[in-house]
Design a protein around this ligand. Structure first.
Ligand SMILES: C[S@@+](CC[C@H](N)C(=O)[O-])C[C@H]1O[C@@H](n2cnc3c(N)ncnc32)[C@H](O)[C@@H]1O
Length: 222
């Protein structure tokens, strides 16, 4: 078996916005293991996570990717020539089943608004279309350690290339919460939909955005 990982040469670990290269590798492996037929992505941006999904997907799998930016649509048209892919120019919260051709979903990737309320609205709209073993991935649920671009923080905030990162706060001296909205969202799911079990792929041993994986888990029939 040959694995197509060429695209990862364009990916980075010290990057803000797209998934990190190690996270991409994890997601790539997940796709290989699950062999999904339908992937739904919220947050295309410049297409890093889409390209990663496409590289891992089988030829029969479909990827539907939402973004609100016209620029993302233009990028999608330019860089992705693949009939397994559909770009949808609209907000995640406006999802309707016909956007994904009324298909059921194997993997849903949340990496768009970073807003708890919009994620909850979106989740409620998609949840009945998730397959029995469907997986949800939520990006940016982790915390940043003290180690991005070497000199990045002071007591007022987390600095990226000299500029304070606007939304976050320090949980403790080693953990900077960069997307509180995503963390609140997974906590909401934990409290309200406990049947979706969660694993956080978080680390403060390296600079890591953090990925939470959820799957509706039932006692195995034997
Ligand atoms: C962090 S970027 C996505 C990165 C991408 N998943 C990757 O790994 O390359 C977030 C994207 O979500 C988009 N976005 C923001 N609010 C949105 C919403 N309500 N619905 C859909 N997309 C949204 C932004 O325009 C931006 O391109």
């Amino acid at each position: 078996m040959q694995y197509d990982l060429k695209h990862l040469t364009d990916f980075e670990e010290k990057v803000i916005g797209p998934i990190q290269s190690d996270e991409a590798l994890l997601i790539y492996s997940l796709v290989q293991v699950i062999r999904p037929e339908v992937i739904l992505e919220f947050g295309f941006a410049k297409g890093h996570s889409s390209r990663n999904f496409l590289a891992a997907m089988s030829k029969n799998c479909k990827l539907y990717s939402f973004d609100i930016k016209k620029e993302s649509e233009d990028i999608a048209k330019t860089i992705i020539k693949d009939n397994r892919f559909k770009f949808i120019l609209k907000g995640q919260e406006d999802f309707i089943p016909s956007d994904i051709d009324n298909n059921l979903i194997d993997i849903t990737f949340f990496d768009a608004s970073h807003n708890t309320d919009l994620n909850i609205i979106t989740f409620r709209k998609i949840k009945d279309y998730i397959k029995k073993n469907g997986v949800i991935l939520v990006h940016d649920t982790g915390s940043w350690n003290n180690n991005y671009n070497e000199k990045v923080r002071n007591t007022e905030g987390y600095y990226v290339n000299g500029y304070p990162f606007p939304k976050g706060y320090f949980l403790n001296k080693d953990e900077y919460i960069h997307q509180q909205g995503e963390r609140k969202f997974v906590n909401f799911l934990r409290e309200n939909y406990p049947e979706f079990h969660q694993i956080h792929f978080h680390s403060t041993n390296t600079f890591r955005h953090g990925l939470t994986m959820l799957q509706k888990s039932e006692k195995l029939e034997i």
